[in-house]
Design a protein around this ligand. Structure first.
Ligand code: NDP
Length: 453
């Protein structure tokens, strides 16, 4: 076998950095996965010989395109759009679309890479992809958002399809944006197919898709707590974000008997010592989805709460459990130490890669219960997979059936993490390692079956 087949971990990471200059998020995501996979494949000749990790860390393709649109004042605006199709070894590419000014090729490559493992963990036949644009929907009228979405889809449509690549929502892309994009796809192709998920219930959507990511991350948290003989009753939870994932995580924590202390957005966080109860969560949903307001407005409505501005994050608030549900790298090594010092013993990531590499190492070394996003937030894409199944067979499943399927899938992912993340002579489960290995193994074995393609 050639020497290059057996490069050590630092050499492998150095190669990834060299081939992807100026893409720190992508290199970070590959590093986190490679740290675990290297141990696992150490004695497994076939994965080395066929360069499986090297191949998964090279997207099948990255499509980049110009998106022009006209704002309400008649100005022509130019944005960049992307679709990253990372790997379709176990099913059509699948992953959300993000509209946010922080979107870059690096961010979307990291998300598509992570998505590949996450989708494998769900047990459903879905490959990994991700897309988006640096378009900022904040402060735009609905007509501007519509024109942007139509222009974005006018290029994207030729790269996707119900059996090719099935995008969904993500940051800045909710039901409204999916509607505009699906409308344009249908208009161009004259086809009504399940080419996007997260659709409205009247036009092919699935029940509980909206709730699934936040609910799933909370179910995963519960599964971890159960391994210690605990549940969520009476526990204090600190949650970041105030979008789809955060509000539904808050809802489920409340339903399972926990108390939610915080929510946030990019301007800061609110701390409500009386708890962000279901009524208050409903108010936040209305604020964010209908009025498109800021989380700082919460303290005007609920005067017992405090707002901490300047982009502050909620990790200094003492808690039992934490759920980062906003965005990548929102929790660093110091935040992780502070959380643990203040008594936090379980973290379930609703967002993708919200904890940076130093933070991950702090949580791992402290051996707290720590669920990485690719395991904990897989409920969203899992229900998207179920939406695809319903679309293919032109049926709609009942809510109670879908709720049960979501719980089964989250429990299945937990089981896979335990299988590959446990170690002999210890009851500690390394969920990061477990998720990485279980996701990798499924994709890798499919790739081996295909030979060199
Ligand atoms: P939303 O757009 O609904 O909400 C995003 C929230 O995060 C908002 O409160 C937003 O605040 C905040 N946020 C976004 N960017 C930043 C930033 N740079 N700094 C601080 N806060 C920020 O998105 P989702 O809830 O759908 O997604 C949240 C996370 O969950 C993302 O990491 C996403 O990839 C992940 N995820 C989502 C899934 C889904 O089904 N929606 C599935 C799996 C993972 P502001 O309004 O100020 O920007």
């Amino acid at each position: 076998m050639a020497v290059s087949d057996h490069v050590d971990l630092p050499t492998f990471i150095a190669g990834v950095s060299k081939r992807n200059p100026g893409q720190p998020e992508f290199v970070q995501a590959v590093t986190e996965v490679a740290e675990d996979i290297y141990d696992f494949i150490g004695d497994k000749e076939q994965y080395h010989k066929y360069q499986i990790l090297r191949r998964i860390a090279e997207p099948d393709r990255v499509i980049s395109f110009r998106v022009c649109w006209e704002d309400d004042a008649g100005n022509i605006r130019v944005q960049r759009g992307w679709r990253v199709q990372n790997n379709n070894s176990i099913g059509p590419y699948k992953g959300g679309i993000r509209f946010h000014p922080s979107v870059t090729e690096s961010v979307l490559k990291f998300l598509a890479f992570e998505q590949t493992f996450k989708n494998a963990l769900t047990g459903l036949p879905m490959g990994g992809g991700k897309g988006g644009s640096n378009f900022n929907p904040k402060g735009k009228s609905s007509n501007e958002v519509m024109r942007f979405c139509q222009s974005f889809m006018t290029e994207l449509y030729r790269h996707i399809g119900a059996d090719v690549d099935v995008p969904a929502g993500d940051i800045g892309v909710g039901g409204r944006e999916i509607g505009y994009m699906f409308g344009q796809y249908k208009r161009i192709t004259n086809e009504f197919t399940g080419v996007l998920t997260g659709k409205g219930l009247e036009w092919g959507g699935s029940l509980i898709r909206t709730e699934a990511t936040g609910y799933g991350a909370t179910y995963f948290l519960l599964e971890m707590l159960k391994t210690k003989g605990k549940d969520l009753v009476g526990l204090n939870a600190v949650i970041s974000g105030s979008g789809n994932v955060a509000t539904h995580a808050a809802e489920k924590v409340n339903q399972l008997g926990g108390k939610v202390l915080t929510l946030s957005d990019s301007e800061g966080y609110i701390y409500d010592p009386e708890g962000i109860t279901q009524d208050k969560v409903n108010w936040v949903k209305e604020l964010k989805n209908k009025r498109r307001g800021r989380i700082s407005e919460y303290v005007k409505e609920f005067t017992g709460a405090q707002f901490h501005g300047g982009g502050a994050r909620p990790w200094a608030v003492p808690c039992d459990v934490a759920m980062p549900c906003a965005t990548q790298n929102e929790l660093n090594g110091d935040d992780a130490k502070l959380l643990i010092k203040n008594g936090c013993f379980a973290v379930s990531e609703g967002a993708n890669m919200p904890t940076d590499l130093k933070g991950v190492h702090v949580f791992k070394d402290a051996k707290i219960l720590f669920a990485p996003g690719k395991a904990a937030n897989a409920g969203g894409v899992a229900v998207s997979g179920l939406e695809m199944s319903q679309n293919s067979s032109r049926i709609s499943w009942k809510e109670e059936d879908l709720q049960k399927m979501l719980i089964d899938i989250m429990q299945g992912i937990h089981k896979s993490c335990v299988e590959y993340g446990g170690s002999a002579g210890s009851d500690h489960i390394d969920y990061v390692k477990g998720a990485n290995i279980a996701g990798f193994k499924k994709v890798a074995d499919a790739m081996l079956a295909y030979g060199v393609v």
